[in-house]
Design a protein around this ligand. Sequence first.
Ligand SMILES: [Cu+2]
Length: 138
Amino acid sequence: MYPTRLIPLILMTLAAASPGAAESEDQAAICAEAGQRYAELFGHPPSEEEGVTVVTMYKYNFCPAQITVQPGTTVRWVNVDKRTSHSVKLKDGSEPESARLFPEETVEFTFLEPGDHDYLCGPHWDTHDMIGMVSVAE
Ligand SMILES: [Cu+2]
């Protein structure tokens, strides 16, 4: 039996949570899991990878979905899913879409041009909103 005092509190919390907030909480949980998967596979967290900035691909999300880097930074996308394959495609079309990346496969791209670079996963951008952005600082 729950203490009755808790119930109004829970209802208030539900009312306050917008769909957007729920979505970002889901994404945060998925990305935390992706970080754990990465550490299991590669022996250290993605943030400790040297010389590159890692974005994981996991459960139809890019983690983190938005990053800000200095010009000349190499971003390495790493599929840490167990079965699903993903790709990386820059929205401006300046590069061909990557090959399908199967679990534990990676692709890298070095960003030179300042500005916001939108990208997407070819197979999942429209069905799962699997999109991301690399912001390159001036
Ligand atoms: Cu995908």
